[in-house]
Design a protein around this ligand. Sequence first.
Ligand SMILES: O=C(O)CCC(=O)C(=O)O
Ligand SMILES: [Fe+2]
Length: 876
Amino acid sequence: MATAPFFSLPHSIKHLSDSGALSSVPPHYACRDPDAPSDVDPTLEGQIPTIDLSVLTEGDPARRSEMVRQLGLACEEWGFFVVVNHGVPETVREAMFAAAQGFFDLEEEEKAEHSGKHVMDPIRYGTSFNTKVEDVGYWRDYLKMVVHPAFHSPAKPLGFGEVLGQYAACTRVVGMELLRGIWESLELDEGYMNNALGLDACFQVCTVNLYPPCPQPELATGLPPHSDHGLLTLLRQNGVDGLQVKHGSKWVHVKPPPNSFLVNTGDHMEIVTNGRYKSVLHRAVINGRSTRMSIATVVAPSPDTVVEPVAQLVSSERPAMYRGVRYREYLEHQQGNKLWEKSALDLLRFHCLVINSNKRTNSGCVLSILLQVATLFADHSIVQNIQSFVLVYNSNNQSIHLYILICSMTEQNSKSFTVPSHSHRSSIYFITTFATLLVLVLLQIQVLTSSVSTCSLSWPFFDRALHRDESSIHTELGRARSMLRDSVTFLPLKDLRFAKEPMSGHTWFMSSMNDTFEGDETRHLYFPSEASKGRLLCLSAPDTSDGTKNSYALAWPEALPHDATLFPGLTFVSDTYYDYGNLWHGTSAILPFVSWHQRKECAVPDRWVLFHWGEPRTSMGAWVHNLTRAAIGEVRIEDLRGHGGAGPACFEKAAVFRHNEGAMKKQRRREVYDMMRCRARASCGVARAIMDPKAIRMTLLLRLGSRSFKNESTVIRIFETECAKVDGCVVKVAWGNNMTFCDQVKLMSETDILVSPHGCQLTNLFLMDKNSSVMEFYPKGWQELAGVGQYIYRWMANWAGMQHKGSWRDPHGEECPHTDKLACFLFYKDAQIGHDEIHFAEWAAKVLGEVKEMKSSSGSRHTDVAGSSNPCPCDR
Ligand SMILES: O=C(O)CCC(=O)C(=O)O
Ligand SMILES: [Fe+2]
């Protein structure tokens, strides 16, 4: 029951603290005994495990599997670890803390717009944890935002949403990589886990915690001991410590190394791993001097998933310890009650007992089993808690084993969440089923021990079928086939309900179908398969300008739709939301096919069917076409309208990718980029060059028109001047628009530092030797208006094993004359880029210095080139 505090609660602790009039904490906040002996053990601090994420994502298999082992140990022994080398730029963290500070600095009325009425509101500003039910207050203000699967952000301060979006995306990537390692440490299949937990639509919430300085920090607390609800929580802080985690019976004060994430396991990790990896208790302490801010990002199962212990971690020795509950319900319960230790999780715990009665089968023993069972069933509370019972008859030694799994929950347990509990009727059901089973077992014993082996039952149906004449059977089969054929149902290929989210879940393209996960590959569809129940994919796509007019269906090979043409062999079906003309988007669309090709014994498709927004396309841009041909083999794009028959096209075998490479794992992407680089170089005959280890090759890959440098000759001179200062440095200048594919492949194979404006020509970056560097330039206005798409080359560099050395964003340039955001973005998109002589010179010198340093420590490094001793994957 809620207890009303005896003074009126402040709007926020910040408000209270900013007033400056406090010399002691109001009694409502005094929840600690200042004289209690310290429960913090400083000796444990140095033992907190550290996980190097870069080893998980790009380490060689041996290092990676050792890191996975360490991750497993960290989860098992601590439930807490520090993550370093996570790849999230410091600038992203800094921007996020600045934006969060900006929010808390708004006027109290502006923030109050988000003072949630309900604990499940997607944006919630408040103080303490849940003032409606607490009888003490915590010295903390917070802003909680659900950022995935749907993204929510306060509108103020300006730009908050962009920064949050970027922070959320980066932390989600880190969270997913860690989860991947965690599943691996338990030998759980990643695809299965992603599916079981609905991780594509994972629930992600970012909570910014603000702990202002407190006049009596020894009396109050920031957050009491608690565990978090999700799978993992990733925490960053503003440089002021205050997080403490429980290890054994002691607390550890955490002092994170710079640029690291503090990660703890949550309740749902404990549930799903059936208690192998327990959620860790932690708390936030406060101080008297400085404001502490932390950002906790929880990554959790999708809200509608019913999470329960995964079957692989449940056995007779370790029965399920928690009952399943829908994530949304758990969250609502946890957020709607007092925050205290593991009180929410405790409600889901089973206390289990396995009873095994091992008896020889003679009538006396059967009677004794019956008696035992009757005694058990006489107690209604036991019947209520019986999870399962199994009777096993062993015919070798003629014994019966009866296993009964009894799992109890407290009264409160069964009330708190809405799950069905057993009723009297179910006890009757149990008893009846049990009795029936027993009779069946006894019957079986009899059958086995007597020598009756024939069955005299007569089946009128078979009887009739056997005596029918053959021709009538054929007629009947023909009729059935024709009915099947008529029942093939064509659905719209493009479902506009999902038009806004073409990349997520089961999208608008064949929206009624679920993807399959296979290892770390991009999810995809394959026909015929178990999932399609042996049916083939048929497409009817005559309209090239409106995808909603095109359609698809599944049909059994024996009952293809009328007028259908069957295309033999393997077909690759691709749908992309951009186009096959653009280098970046085309590459992104073919990448999963390259991966699939490599995995499936280098299978080359007989044809490609390309869709863009659900509309058929009959060509790829020259660069994309060449890359595809180099990576997979000859590209024959089928024009569905010109295949001869007027009816639909059905494919003997078809692999469909419709999310670009979106869901592919990083390690896998790297392998695919490696393969594409290797094969592109081989197909262009780029010869292996023995490089002077001191040579540093800088390439300025420039653009004409939009996003070209305003003063190109000056920019070239700056880089030439800096290059001239470094021993062995040469500069090349090229323009992407007038080069063939092979010219570009060759140029990249001879580039150590790629200097280029943001734009599709940068897609070439993966063709450089691994570890090469990229410097990127943007016109004015991009940071604010371009959304996350502006980071694609940063991501690509990371996926392909390159080093992105940062970006320069032109602060000057023509002002946008429009008021509309989109119109302004389009205005800046085509703008030219200025320059900053001093900055460019210093930046170039720094990158040149780093590359020189790296080269001198690693020597010559031309690898994976045609003619080298390492053939490319799928070389024949
Ligand atoms: O601020 C901290 O260090 C802890 C925050 C926390 O535990 C939470 O937000 O759940
Ligand atoms: Fe927490």
